[in-house]
Design a binder for this molecule. Structure first.
Ligand SMILES: Nc1nc2c(c(=O)[nH]1)N[C@H]1C(S)=C(S)[C@@H](COP(=O)(O)OP(=O)(O)OC[C@H]3O[C@@H](n4cnc5c(=O)[nH]c(N)nc54)[C@H](O)[C@@H]3O)O[C@H]1N2
Ligand SMILES: Nc1nc2c(c(=O)[nH]1)N[C@H]1C(S)=C(S)[C@@H](COP(=O)(O)OP(=O)(O)OC[C@H]3O[C@@H](n4cnc5c(=O)[nH]c(N)nc54)[C@H](O)[C@@H]3O)O[C@H]1N2
Ligand code: SF4
Ligand SMILES: [Mo]
Length: 706
């Protein structure tokens, strides 16, 4: 029996799965399916994903907060009428921008597209942004300015397997996309896997036994490290000068911007020995085509990007790739490892504050004209660019800010930075509407909760980390009175008197999305459900139905006006927090294999919750000893934003100047109580990955540790 062919609900690897009937009526089990990216593999989250479909506390009816402050069940009509009435009232009193929308990179292309249209056409608000701002924005900003196009991997992931060297900057691939580790085989065989991480992660361990080098840099110093790697490449005559002259706009700028970053200077900043920096640069260069190597890749993850200088760090990585002549060459390149299931497609079709579908700019008159025609509205009536996620959150409930917020596909009271402020802003709203599949921490704060369909209950498309568009297929009937986000947009648009159409059939939405994206950077106009169902591997752009798609970008030219990549001079700067006073350590945050994001889904899967039931803090043995803390003991963490208690996990895998806390837990266990919302000036990415923290033993509150 073949089952229903679909893809995993979670991360951007979008492993291929098939769904089969389970013993209980209406339930399904997940099996892996052979596919180039996952090669028949799945991680633990993928295997157990079906459990979220039947979560005991699954939302099955709309909820509206009553006069006593309790969320009580309501009919869809009553809930939609109530919300539409409040929206009309608030917009009459305060203007259209008084209503804001927050989307998510887990939504299908169809939902993300409809959400952006709902904001711009039905609510007519400029205030829309999404959680991809927390995820991909620094890499997107950097690739847009250097290459003119932002597609996470501008090549198929399987290309990486042939590379002789892979530099992973701030990615813990072995935990965040385990099946993708297979594609590092080529690099590991020849000693070419280079991993930059302040922790000896499962990924860093892959470099051991001669497979490569772990560069265990100080948090927040990747920029200095990559400038030094580039310095070595240029000074040792390892650069691809012909490529630089032919394909970039300013080869000299590369020399100028890295000249001062000799390895000994970078060693003082990063803690990585100068000799190791030189060795890493030589390993990477030897794999480059100019030196007859089998290919080299530079890939960034959130460890490099989620900083107040994330855009510049990625830019430095791109500059290093350009120095070695990698981008656009088959079997080499720079790529960013996209995170959420539809992190890629979610940022192409209009959830982002400054974008219209097809990866168009909302400020571009031609783009407004095109979308005006597709949507049947006057381009003049389309709002302009809105604010980025953190800025939007910080504006909620302020005198001139939005008074109402819709959340579709994010659990932001767990995942946004500096949570005390997030909670204050949500509390200051007149109306909070949350659409979710489960009562997430954010849904529990809402005035109205809409229960929505999830992955195995719906059709649609997702765009993976490779820019390949994939089919998601319905295999089960949703429980209770659950509807798609599409039905919420349609129901509210009609009640608000919006004349534009809001189809609820994903296939119909996709047909409209094709037209909306036509002629844009991310052109989906040649993609059809039929082509996807036939198994065609369609990487955007796909500008016509007889076009085979674009697995590799930049072969002949980049997406810039003159076709050349831009060399942008960048320089290192410290993290936003002050780490010089007192005796603070670096707090870094990130992921565990067992949990996904805010944990709203995976904390409801028994096997995963039991494997990692509670928040912990990784501490170096020296730090633990100085605090008198033993493994498992409670530890208090305090930053300028807040404080929390976590169980000590004592390990020499973390640098002695660094502690690590996973961000998958809610309430008092949410590490985002502590994180810094300092923003990157270009991408508006908050500094999730490095801040100053004071650590102490927690004895009083919990008693003496066992
Ligand atoms: N299991 C699991 N898998 C996931 C997800 C999940 O929640 N759980 N989420 C998906 C999503 S949305 C995303 S964005 C991806 C993220 O995938 P990754 O980027 O691999 O994940 P993170 O754990 O956030 O960060 C990676 C590493 O950055 C390191 N790091 C911290 N600070 C720094 C620094 O200053 N420099 C460097 N070089 N490294 C640093 C951390 O120690 C961590 O090991 O994963 C996707 N896959
Ligand atoms: N400290 C720290 N914080 C971080 C990060 C970090 O590394 N460190 N990483 C950041 C990153 S990279 C990301 S991507 C964010 C992610 O953080 P969040 O934005 O909170 O992402 P999720 O936890 O995936 O939340 C998605 C929600 O949508 C629901 N959902 C699932 N499918 C649907 C659907 O079809 N429709 C609707 N309406 N809802 C649905 C899920 O149940 C869940 O509640 O966290 C960021 N926060
Ligand atoms: S690696 Fe990502 S897509 Fe694959 S099974 Fe795990 S969570 Fe799902
Ligand atoms: Mo992400």
């Amino acid at each position: 029996m073949t089952g229903v062919a679909t893809h995993c609900p979670y991360c951007a690897l979008q492993c291929a799965t098939s769904l089969h009937p389970a013993a209980e009526p209406g339930a399904v089990v997940v099996r892996p399916r052979e596919f180039p990216t996952n090669r028949g593999g799945l991680c633990r989250k993928g295997w157990t994903a079906a459990e979220v479909l039947t979560a005991p506390d699954r939302l099955t009816a709309p909820l509206v907060r009553n006069a006593a402050g309790e969320l009580v069940e309501a009919s869809w009509d009553d809930a939609l009428d109530f919300v539409a009435g409040r929206i009309r009232q608030l917009q009459t009193e305060h203007g259209n921008d008084a209503v804001a929308v927050f989307g998510g990179g887990g939504l299908t292309n169809e939902k993300a597209y409809a959400l952006g249209k709902f904001a711009r056409v039905a609510l007519r608000t400029k205030n829309v942004d999404y959680n991809g701002r927390f995820c991909m924005s620094s890499a997107a900003a950097a690739t847009n300015r250097a290459f003119g196009i932002d597609r996470g991997l501008p090549f198929p992931l399987t290309d990486v397997a042939g590379g002789a060297a892979v530099l992973l900057v701030g990615s813990n691939l072995a935990e965040t996309m385990p099946p993708a580790v297979a594609h590092l085989a080529g690099a590991r065989e020849g000693g070419g896997l280079l991993v930059v991480d302040p922790r000896r992660t499962a990924t860093a361990q892959l470099t051991e036994d001669g497979a490569g080098i772990h560069l265990q840099a100080t948090p927040g110093t990747d920029l200095a490290l990559v400038l030094a790697l580039t310095h070595v490449v240029l000074q040792e005559g390892l650069a691809d000068t012909e490529y630089l002259a032919a394909r970039t706009d300013d080869p000299d700028g590369l020399y100028r911007s890295t000249a001062a970053w000799w390895p000994e200077r970078a060693e003082r900043v990063t803690g990585v020995p100068a000799a190791v920096i030189r060795q890493a640069a030589r390993v990477l260069a030897a794999a480059a085509p100019i030196h007859g190597g089998a290919g080299a890749f530079i890939l960034t993850g959130r460890g490099a990007e989620q900083h107040s200088k994330g855009t510049d760090t990625v830019t430095a990585c791109i500059n290093l790739a350009l120095a070695l002549g990698l981008p656009g060459r088959v079997g080499s390149g720079y790529g960013c490892i996209t995170g959420q299931g539809n992190g890629q497609g979610g940022r192409e079709h209009g959830q982002k504050a400054d974008q219209l579908p097809g990866y168009r700019s909302i400020a571009d008159p031609a783009a407004r004209q095109h979308l005006g025609a597709v949507w049947g509205v006057d381009p003049e009536d389309l709002p302009g660019p809105g604010q980025s996620a953190v800025e939007l959150i910080n504006a909620l409930g302020t005198p001139d800010g939005p008074r109402a917020l819709f959340v579709h596909g994010s659990n932001l009271v767990v995942s946004a930075p500096r949570l005390a402020s997030v909670r204050d802003h949500l509390a200051a709203l007149d109306l909070l509407v949350v659409a979710d599949v489960v009562p997430s921490e954010t849904a529990l704060l809402a005035d109205v909760v809409f229960p929505v369909t999830q992955w195995a209950e719906e059709d649609g498309t997702m765009t993976s980390l490779e820019g390949r568009v994939l089919r998601r297929k319905a295999a089960v009937t949703p429980p209770g009175d659950v509807r798609s986000d599409l039905a919420i947009f349609a129901g509210l648009a009609a009640r608000l008197g919006c004349a534009a159409s809001f189809p609820t059939d994903p296939a119909e939405v996709f047909e409209e999305l094709r037209r909306a994206s036509e002629g844009g950077i991310a052109d989906y106009s040649g993609i059809t459900y039929a082509r996807l169902d036939a198994g065609e591997a369609l990487y955007w752009p796909v500008p016509a139905e007889d076009h085979a798609g674009t697995p590799r970008l930049f072969a002949d030219s980049f997406g810039t006006p003159d076709g050349r990549a831009r060399v942008i001079a960048v320089d290192h700067r410290p993290v936003a927090d002050d780490l010089t006073g007192g005796s603070p350590l670096y707090l870094v945050t990130g992921r565990l294999l067992q949990h996904y994001q805010s944990g709203a889904q995976t904390r409801r899967v028994v096997e995963l919750a039991e494997a990692e039931p509670e928040v912990f803090v990784e501490l170096h043995p020296r730090v633990a000893a100085s605090l008198g803390v033993v493994d498992g003991a409670p530890v208090r963490l305090r930053t300028a934003r807040g404080s929390m208690v976590a169980a000590a996990r004592v390990t020499s895998d973390v640098r002695p100047d660094t502690v690590f806390v996973p961000f998958h837990y809610g309430g008092a266990s949410a590490v985002n109580e502590l994180t810094n919302d300092a923003l990157d000036p270009i991408s508006r990415m908050p500094e999730f990955k490095a801040c100053a923290v004071e650590v102490s033993a927690e004895i009083a509150a919990r008693g003496v540790p066992a």
